[in-house]
Ligand binder design. Structure first.
Ligand code: PGA
Length: 253
């Protein structure tokens, strides 16, 4: 059985007080969640310790993830945060390859290889994002684009290593636009990704990897998206900034 996951990507939002409030609002309502759903919050890195402290003190079943990690191991890389540092702060997950990082910060597949390797070395599960831009979908290249993103950055991993990776399919045209991929479009791409994993590794591996959908997922469309056989949950942006919406999404399986 694959792990069902709902992860909240807060991006560059919330002051310290607002982050504290949102974490409080989420953690105080966790009892209502189905126990087979892994709920993850990915706040900005300056609030990661706040999040792990709350989780530890309140002994709640909430995982914490970072939004980025350095491709480098350690040393003179001003402003960077290493996998070793995240690990020393008990991080469970880390998002990598988000389209905003690819677009605004030039995150290449070479950098992503460094990131995924370091995260796995330090026992942190990468949430690897992939997805095509609108022009690529309109030109009918979306499968090739996603295949290249996954094979270039993940297919050097061993069977054991890749079994710890979560994949998030996020069509770029659906991120923050209010335009969700249709349930059919999501299922089609998720099944395609699962088949890539089966061809490269094997069926058992393909069956255990969680593949999340991301892009304008909200409490209204989550149930339909999550009902697809190859959609194992969601990576949520805007709707993760509100505890009610975020928890409703997590109750949509
Ligand atoms: P969105 O963002 O839900 O606001 O579209 C999703 C994401 O970028 O992870």
């Amino acid at each position: 059985m694959r792990q069902k996951i709902v992860a909240g990507n807060w991006k560059m939002n919330k002051t310290f007080e607002e982050a504290d409030q949102l974490l409080y609002d989420i953690t105080k309502r966790l009892e209502n969640l189905p126990s087979d759903v892994e709920l993850i919050v990915c706040p900005p890195s300056v609030y990661l310790e706040l999040a792990t402290d709350i989780v530890e003190e309140d002994e709640v079943d909430l995982k914490v993830g970072a939004q980025n990690v350095s491709q480098f191991e350690a040393g003179a890389y001003t402003g960077e945060i290493s996998a070793a540092m995240l690990s020393s702060m008990n991080m469970d997950y880390c998002i990598i390859g988000h389209s905003e990082r690819r677009k605004y910060f030039g995150e290449t597949h070479e950098a992503l290889i460094g990131k995924v390797n370091h995260l796995l070395e330090y026992g942190i599960q990468p949430i690897f994002c992939c997805g095509e831009v609108l022009e690529e979908r309109e030109a009918g290249n979306h499968f090739d684009v996603v295949k290249a993103q996954i094979s270039d950055s993940l297919f050097h991993l061993s069977y054991q290593e890749i079994s710890n990776v979560v994949i998030a399919y996020e069509p770029v045209w659906a991120i923050g636009t209010g335009k969700t991929a249709s349930s059919e479009q999501a299922q089609e791409m998720h099944a395609f990704i699962r088949n890539l994993l089966k061809e490269k590794y094997d069926e058992d591996l393909a069956e255990v990897i969680s593949i999340l959908y991301g892009g304008s997922c909200n409490p209204k469309n989550a149930a339909e998206l999550f009902a697809n056989p190859d959609v194992d949950g969601g990576l949520i942006g805007g709707a993760a900034l509100n505890a009610d919406d975020f928890l409703k999404i997590a109750q949509s399986f």
